[in-house]
Design a protein around this ligand. Sequence first.
Ligand code: ZN
Length: 244
Amino acid sequence: MNSEIAFISDIHANLQALEAVLADIKNQEITEIYCLGDVVGYGGNPRECIDLIRACGIPCIQGNHDAMATGDFGTRERDINPKARLVIEWTYKALSFDQRSWLAELPMTFERPEFQAVHAMLYEPTEWRYVLNQELAELHFPRQTHPLCLIGHTHQPAYWVDGEFESRAITGRASIDLQRKQVVNVGSVGQPRDRDPRACYTILRPDLNEVQWQRVNYNITGAQYAIEDAGLPFSLAERLQQGR
Ligand code: ZN
């Protein structure tokens, strides 16, 4: 068993952020990496991001933007904001048939001895609800069979404990109590929304029962140019430097 496992999520076609995060993971000599979905959507380099994830052999689960980019808008089509939809339509056309097939065949969950993982939540995962408060976390917890489940989707690092009323503040590290159920949101590589524009990912240390959120500086301007070059809405470029 590896002593450290890295989790990346919500890359959103931001190649500059993905490259910076993979370099940071490599610098720490971590070789086991999982991706929790949303490789595409919002950003200007969906093809390159899919190719890089595949070339690195990183196991990946499906996110809502990945599903939509294959043409599957699911049952929550009316909830999709118009800008996200515009990018999805552009992404669908930009991807090759082979890339869309890869996205379509991604599993919805991972289950390993050390953890479970899902993009949104374990309760009706294809409904893509957000774990944003304890009430929503309580929908998820009955489906969780391991002490630790890792998620993405909200683009905000977070730590939820079954039976507690508030998510705990995230400042670097948190410990995993094997007697309880915990949900860890690993944050977003390519479109952080917690007012910190740096790329975010999470390291799990199973031997220490510890998770650590890691922030990485990357070439935000390059990612903004890619959005502009693709002719996608300027506000999607702007929000990257604001981390929202
Ligand atoms: Zn996302």
